[in-house]
Write a new protein. Structure first.
Length: 417
C-alpha cells in the first residue's frame, strides 16, 4: 500500500474555489427562478391573494391624486361644499383601501417568506445528509453554512417579495404615465424630459453594480473560508505559535471584503440621490411650466396639483426598482450555487436493480482495489488485495498517510472504489 497527498483537497484550495465560484453575470437566471419556485408552489393560493392585493394597492395609489384633482377643479373652485364633503370621504376611503391592501399583502408575503425559507433549508439539510463524504472533502464547512443561511435568505426575499414588488412598481409607473398623458399631454412630456437622464443613470449603475456585487460575494466567500480554515486548524496554529501570521492574513482578507462592500455601497449612495435629484428636477419642471399653464388657463389648478403628486410617486417606484435590482443580483449569484448543491448527486449510490443486503457474516474481501479521491488526483491505493475472515482480527499498520483510514472508509462504503 502507498499513499500520496492529493493536491486540491485541502481547505485552502476549497477556499480558493469558493472565492472564484461565480455566476455568468446574468441579471435573470431562469433555471434559478424555476428551481426555487417549486418551493413556493404549495403556497400558491396565498401568493395569488397577495398579487390581487398588490394590484388593488396600485389602483388606490393612482386613484388618490386624481380624486384630489377632481375635488379642486369640480368642487373647491365653484364652492360646492356638499360635493367637497363627498369627495373628501372618497379620498379617505382611497387611502384606507391603500392601507389595508398594503398591510394584507405584506402579511401574506411575510408569512409565505418564512415558510418557504424553512422548507428550503430543511430540503438542503436532508440533501446534505445524503451526500457522500467526498463532497465534504472538497467543500469546507463555512461554504456550506453560507449556502444554507445567507444564499437561501436572499433568494427567498427575491422570490416572495421582490418579484411581486417589481410587478407592482411597474404597474404604478405605467399607470402614472397613462394618467398624466390623459390629463395634460404637453405637461406630461415636459415632465418626462428627465427620463433620458434617469435611464442613463440606471444603466450606468446596473453595469457597475453587476461587477461590484459579484466582487462582494467573492470577498465574503474568501472571508468565510479563511475563518473556517483558521478555526478548523486552531490546534496547529497554537502549536506552532502562528497567531500573528494568521491575524495578519485575516486582516488582509477582511480589509479586501470591507473595500468591496464600500465600493458597492458607494454606487448605491451615488445612484439613489441621483434619482432623488431627478425627482426634484421633475417637480420643478411641473411647478414652473404647470404654474404658467394655470396662469394662462391652459390647465386647471387641480391638474397641476395632481401632477405634483404623481411626480412624487413616479420616482418612488424607480428607487424601489433599483433596490430590487441589487437584490436580484445577489439572489442570482447565490441561487446558482444553491441549485448546484441541490442537484449534486451522492457519489455512492445503489444500483437500480440492487437487492436487499443479506445477513452480514463479517467476511471482508478487497480484490485488486485501486482508489483515488478525485478523478484528476493521484492514486492513493494501488492494487490492494485483502481478505478478512469472519471473527478474524486484522491490524492495519503503517506510517501516517499509508492508507489505513482510506481502506476503512472503503470497507464502510463511504467512498466508491
Amino acid at each position: 500500500m502507498s499513499f500520496s497527498f492529493s493536491p486540491g483537497l485541502g481547505p485552502r484550495n476549497a477556499i480558493s474555489r469558493f472565492g472564484q465560484e461565480g455566476t455568468d453575470g446574468r441579471f435573470f437566471n431562469k433555471n434559478v427562478v424555476l428551481g426555487m419556485l417549486e418551493f413556493i408552489r404549495p403556497y400558491g393560493q396565498r401568493m395569488v391573494i397577495a398579487a390581487i392585493l398588490m394590484i388593488l394597492a396600485a389602483g388606490f395609489t393612482l386613484l388618490a391624486p386624481y380624486l384630489i384633482k377632481v375635488a379642486i377643479d369640480d368642487y373647491i373652485a365653484v364652492g360646492n361644499h356638499h360635493g367637497l364633503t363627498q369627495m373628501a370621504v372618497l379620498i379617505i376611503l382611497a387611502y384606507l383601501g391603500l392601507y389595508f391592501t398594503t398591510m394584507g399583502q405584506q402579511y401574506l408575503l411575510g408569512w409565505t417568506s418564512q415558510r418557504v425559507l424553512a422548507d428550503v433549508r430543511e430540503t438542503m439539510m436532508r440533501h446534505l445528509q445524503d451526500l457522500s463524504l467526498s463532497y465534504y472533502d472538497r467543500t469546507i464547512i463555512g461554504v456550506t453554512v453560507s449556502r444554507v443561511i445567507n444564499d437561501v435568505s436572499v433568494i427567498n426575499k427575491l422570490l416572495t417579495q421582490g418579484l411581486l414588488s417589481l410587478i407592482g412598481d411597474l404597474l404604478v409607473l405605467v399607470g402614472i404615465i397613462i394618467t398624466m398623458i390623459m390629463m395634460s399631454p404637453r405637461l406630461a412630456l415636459l415632465t418626462f424630459a428627465v427620463l433620458p437622464l434617469m435611464v442613463l443613470a440606471t444603466y450606468s449603475f446596473s453595469v457597475k453594480a453587476k461587477e461590484a456585487f459579484r466582487l462582494t460575494r467573492k470577498r465574503v466567500a474568501e472571508l468565510v473560508g479563511n475563518l473556517a480554515e483558521t478555526i478548523n486548524g486552531i490546534r496547529v496554529v497554537q502549536a506552532f505559535a502562528q497567531e500573528n501570521a494568521i491575524e495578519r492574513r485575516f486582516e488582509e482578507v477582511n480589509d479586501a471584503n470591507r473595500q468591496a462592500h464600500l465600493e458597492a455601497m458607494r454606487l448605491s449612495f451615488v445612484f439613489l440621490p441621483t434619482i432623488e435629484f431627478l425627482g426634484v428636477l421633475a417637480t420643478a419642471v411641473v411647478l414652473y411650466w404647470g404654474g404658467r399653464a394655470v396662469a394662462a388657463g391652459e390647465v386647471t389648478l387641480g391638474v397641476m396639483v395632481a401632477f405634483m403628486a404623481y411626480v412624487t410617486r413616479f420616482f418612488q417606484p424607480v428607487q424601489e426598482l433599483s433596490q430590487i435590482y441589487t437584490t436580484m443580483q445577489s439572489a442570482m449569484a447565490g441561487g446558482e450555487q444553491v441549485i448546484k448543491l441541490l442537484n449534486t448527486p451522492p457519489d455512492v449510490l445503489d444500483s437500480p436493480n440492487a437487492g436487499e443486503m443479506p445477513p452480514i457474516q463479517g467476511h471482508i474481501q478487497l480484490k485488486n482495489v485501486t482508489f483515488k479521491y478525485t478523478a484528476n488526483g493521484p492514486e492513493i491505493l494501488h492494487h490492494i488485495n485483502l481478505e478478512v475472515a469472519p471473527g478474524q482480527t486484522v491490524a492495519l499498520v503503517g506510517p501516517t498517510g499509508a492508507g489505513k483510514t482510506t481502506i476503512a472508509n472503503l470497507i464502510a462504503r463511504f467512498y466508491e472504489a
